[in-house]
Design a protein around this ligand. Structure first.
Ligand code: ATP
Ligand code: MG
Length: 553
């Protein structure tokens, strides 16, 4: 976190609270994921904020699984969420589950019934919705609203015991049917769901609603600053109402703008659909905006944290350009990634005046941005692979690469001159012939020649074969959520290109999953866990420059 930047509005609130001795200056935040999917970059924003606040103000952060909906939740998600938070670089104080508070919440509900502030409803959800009125017209009480405390206590207990079917009854808070805030018009606190819960098993068949569970969980844990996204602003009066009526620890809710990223979707429901319907290869597909997808794509935790810091904490919803995320990783990898040579679209190059069978060792610097990264040895011989696009038979004027009669430098080696080509029956070039200037060796060049272009290469006899997965944006549309029709209609059909035979420096066979490199002139790449001892699989993290804007605008 940079020291110079001004305080964000939540930091300002906390500093005021500390100055005023609120909660004796104690800061306890929480990150409350629902374990119904993998975490995405939006969650990272919330994690960086919640854990960051605690770090800055000498406080703590609880990890609380908001597991009040038995139908969609699973332990697979619990495990992935924990892994991702750790990977992002944060440590929670306590690992907690809203479901651990089910007994306490039930007691709270009973307390409200006894105060005449909750009642068992018989109406269906449609009937309830109709009776609530509209923001400008008052609601009408249902007959159940005037039930006696005794009857409510009895019915609520029978709800818990499983005497009713799903949807047959609900427990509602008796707040205000005339409130301009629809959330205050007797919201549902409990619903019946005869469903197995991943932690509480079959103990419960009634489950608390978000509004009843969330604030009460905050309060049970003595959370001081409960930070959530803007859509919960209209829920805040209810959050405060429950706390006031139950006379429990006064946690406070504060809202900030959620992180939205263009060219992707972020709702877990939609991400789940992409996985289930095989549009992607799992939650950690490198095209996904999930933390695990970004990790597999080659993003570092630091680059994701850097994005969150850069965006800051805002009070208005906005859309972040994915280019900013790419900028963050490029900036880091430019400093940290070793440069290597990899030929993604290979064509053979034979140097006719270089002795056949001779092998020379060339020294190559690993990272010009970081002298401490050292150097490595490359093998040079008369038969190399270069990129097909680096040769043109009839080059235009400003083509500073290879062509008949054109000079170019082979990185870390010699200057060569294009001579002739060999083609197959279809007219495709199969071999390029060139000559080299023996006196032009990198580091001791006395050829007297200046060439404008430098190209990368690998020695054919020494190169290792690699599979390279080149990713592009998952969606063609900047905001698939705002398009008419199904968001899946806007998936980019070219979001994955697989290169089965690329040639790379043989040293890369030793690379481990997660290692990151700059393929010179090609972009930043990371080793995928699908790699084997014979074949390394690389994922393209990001190009060297932002190419999207040029092509698509
Ligand atoms: P979804 O709507 O995709 O299911 P959610 O908000 O229901 O997401 P939760 O697991 O409930 O997901 O979220 C855990 C925490 O992360 C919440 O505090 C939520 O406000 C926050 N969060 C979720 N998405 C974003 C986002 N895009 N930007 C910032 N915070 C987010
Ligand atoms: Mg949620």
């Amino acid at each position: 976190m940079s020291e110079e930047r001004s305080l964000n509005f939540i930091e300002q609130i906390i500093e005021d609270d500390i100055a005023n001795g609120v909660n004796d200056g104690r800061v306890l935040t929480r990150f409350p994921p629902e374990p119904n999917g993998y975490l995405h970059i939006g969650h990272a924003k919330s994690i960086v904020l919640n854990f960051g606040l605690a770090q800055k103000y000498n406080g703590k952060t609880n990890l609380r699984f908001d597991d009040t909906n038995p139908v969609t939740e699973d332990t697979e998600y619990v495990d992935s969420i924990k892994e991702d938070i750790h990977w992002l670089g944060f440590e929670w104080d306590k690992e907690l589950y809203a479901s651990d508070y089910f007994d306490q919440m039930y007691e709270f509900a009973v307390q409200l019934i006894k105060k005449g502030l909750a009642y068992v409803e018989d109406a269906t959800s449609e009937q309830i919705a109709a009776s609530k009125g509209t923001p400008t017209t008052p609601g009408t009480p249902t007959p159940a609203r005037s039930r006696s405390v005794e009857e409510n206590l009895d019915l609520f207990e029978r709800m818990r015991k499983g005497e009713f079917k799903d949807g047959e009854k609900t427990l509602r808070a008796k707040v205000d049917l005339n409130s301009p805030n629809m959330h205050m018009r007797d919201p549902i606190m409990y619903r019946i769901k005869h469903a197995h819960h991943h932690r509480t098993g079959d103990k419960w068949c009634i489950y608390p609603m978000y509004d009843f569970a969330h604030g009460q969980s905050d309060s049970i844990e003595n959370i001081t600053h409960s930070v959530c996204t803007l859509e919960f602003i209209p829920h805040r009066p209810l959050y405060d109402w429950f706390i006031k009526e139950l006379e429990i620890f006064p946690s406070h809710q504060y809202e900030f703008a959620r992180l939205n990223l263009n060219y992707t979707v972020m709702s877990k429901r939609k991400l789940k659909q992409l996985v289930a319907e095989n549009y992607v290869n799992g939650w950690d597909d490198p095209r996904m905006p999930t933390i695990s997808g970004l990790r597999r794509r080659g993003y570092t935790a630091a680059s994701i944290r850097a994005l969150c810091e850069r965006i800051g904490v805002q009070k208005r919803d906005n859309m972040i350009d994915v280019g900013l995320l790419e900028f963050c990783i490029r900036e880091e990898l430019n400093r940290t990634a070793n440069r290597v040579m990899a030929v993604l679209d290979p064509v053979k190059l034979v140097i006719t005046n270089y002795p056949e069978g001779q092998v020379e060792e060339m020294t190559a610097e690993n990272n010009p941005e970081d002298p401490s990264a050292g150097s490595r040895t490359l093998h040079f011989s008369n038969t190399l692979y270069i990129e097909r696009e680096d040769f043109m038979e009839e080059p235009p004027k400003k083509f500073f690469r290879l062509g008949p009669g054109l000079h170019v430098r082979l990185k870390n080696a010699y200057i060569i001159k294009g001579e002739s080509v060999e083609k197959d029956a279809d007219g495709n070039i199969t071999t390029i012939y060139a000559t080299y200037l023996p006196e032009s060796k990198s580091g001791g060049d006395h050829s007297g020649l200046t060439v404008k272009g430098t190209i990368h290469w690998v020695s054919a006899a020494h190169a290792a074969t690699a599979e390279v997965r080149v990713y592009d944006r998952l969606f063609k549309s900047e905001n698939p959520n705002a398009e008419e029709g199904d968001f899946k209609d806007f998936i980019n059909p070219d979001s994955l290109q697989v290169i089965k035979e690329a040639y790379v420096e043989p040293g890369l066979l030793q690379a481990k999953p997660g290692d990151r490199f700059q393929f010179m002139r090609k972009g930043y790449f990371t080793v995928d866990p699908d790699s084997t001892s014979e074949k390394v699989v690389f994922n393209r993290t990001v190009t060297l420059k932002d190419a999207w804007a040029k092509v698509n605008k």
